[in-house]
Design a protein around this ligand. Structure first.
Ligand code: XIL
Length: 395
């Protein structure tokens, strides 16, 4: 059996992708989803060579766009962006205007951009983006206030046990109060759990844990709440999505459950959703989201993409696999009432942070709903189909 036997035929693919969405049914997607695992296991032996860029001709603007379909379900939908993409490219502006009702800064609100020197802030790019989003009727997420990565070069030689807590609170207070009232949600702490190399409670060894004290997460959230009482305060993390990532899910539940018990102001958990084309997604992520709901927490899908860099196949086949994973995952999570926002990590493959990974055939991954030519891919249809199938979110 070849990959072709396991995936929808080319005709079927172009029929789904190219015409009205009525033809694009759940059954078709289930077939894709079931086929994907098997296709992957034999993919490495088949040596596909056809890397023609597929032409899908999927209508994706006006009433066909993700933003409109999200609005019909009261679900903000959008992506990470970089301001130069918006400033330099009218076509990209159109795309973003059509697809996104919520934006997040890919890297321009991280410490290494906002903090050129210990006593200096650089706000021009972040200001521009927040103003852009609000003036285009888009919500704005803030990403992020406390992370072990993207720290400025000066940090390691400057931060110590006596100043780190002050550095953290000064940063959070300055940044959060600057945008108070304008931000839908802040990723207050990002990726603080590491079950493999972390401590007994699962906390990752980070400069913040080492220098700012073992309660630095509580401290960061309390400081953020004081600076903006309206932004939804989020703990954001990855590697909790797949069936076999239970220990990380448990550690996150333990962390946020403890915060709730201690009265720490936390409103949401961000599930980054950097998925793998080889990953298995199922009942466990739903159980996790329900456990978070029982704690009174919302869930945002904050950074979705599907990494197909380990997959061998034509672009069309890889796109079908990626689309199958998008649909499988979103059709699991979006119906949960506490899942209240959906963002991908960028819109177009060429802007993906996975762009530097190399596929077996030397090509680049195709992890996002749009390709480099602004063309909507089957993953776009997966997103829209899953959005359409979820019940309307309550306000
Ligand atoms: C990534 C950016 O997209 C890259 O440009 C940067 O070099 C590294 O960080 N999880 C996160 C995001 O929370 O901040 C990361 O963004 C991707 C993984």
């Amino acid at each position: 059996m070849s990959v072709d036997d396991l995936l929808p035929s080319r005709q079927t693919l172009s029929r789904y992708a190219g015409h009205s969405r009525e033809k694009f049914t759940r059954r078709d997607f289930m077939k894709w989803g079931a086929a994907s695992a098997a296709a992957l296991s034999i993919g490495s032996t088949t040596g596909m060579a056809d890397n023609a860029v597929p032409v899908y001709s999927i209508p994706c603007d006006g009433p066909n766009c993700l933003r409109a379909h999200g609005a019909a379900r009261n679900l903000p939908v959008g992506s990470a962006v970089v301001i130069q993409q918006i400033q330099r490219d009218a076509k990209f502006r159109d795309l973003l205007q059509n697809q996104a009702s919520i934006l997040v800064s890919d890297w321009q609100m991280k410490w290494n951009v906002l903090r050129p020197a210990p006593n200096q802030f650089f706000f021009a790019d972040a200001d521009w983006l927040v103003n852009y989003a609000l003036s285009h009727g888009q919500l704005m997420r803030g990403h992020n206030l406390c992370w072990h990565q993207a720290l400025p070069n000066w940090f390691a030689g400057y931060a110590n046990r006596s100043n780190a807590r002050h550095l953290l609170s000064q940063h959070i207070t300055t940044v959060v109060s600057r945008y108070a009232g304008k931000i839908h949600s802040w990723d207050v702490v990002n990726e603080a759990i590491d079950v493999e190399r972390g401590n007994a409670n699962g906390l990752r060894d980070t400069p913040w844990l080492e220098l700012a004290g073992s309660d630095y997460i509580d401290f960061a959230f309390r400081t953020a709440r004081a600076a903006d009482p309206h932004a939804l305060l989020t703990y954001n993390d990855n590697n909790v999505e797949a069936e076999n990532q239970g220990s990380k899910r448990d550690a996150v539940l333990n962390l946020v459950g403890g915060m709730k018990k201690r009265g720490v102001p936390i409103d949401a958990v961000g599930i980054q959703s950097h998925l793998s084309a080889k990953g298995e997604y199922g009942a466990e992520i739903v159980r996790f989201i329900r456990d978070l709901r029982a704690l009174g927490l919302q869930v945002f899908i904050t950074e979705m993409d599907v990494d197909d860099s380990g997959v061998q196949g034509t672009f069309a086949q890889r796109d079908a696999l990626v689309a199958a994973i998008y649909f499988k995952f979103l059709d699991l999570v979006l119906p949960e009432p506490n899942v209240t926002a959906l963002l991908t990590w960028e819109e177009r493959d060429k802007d993906s942070w996975l762009e530097n990974r190399i596929c077996p055939d030397g090509s680049r991954p195709r992890p996002l709903p749009f390709d480099g030519n602004y063309q909507a891919k089957p993953a776009f249809l997966s997103m829209r189909n899953a959005i359409d199938r979820c019940p309307r979110k309550s306000a």
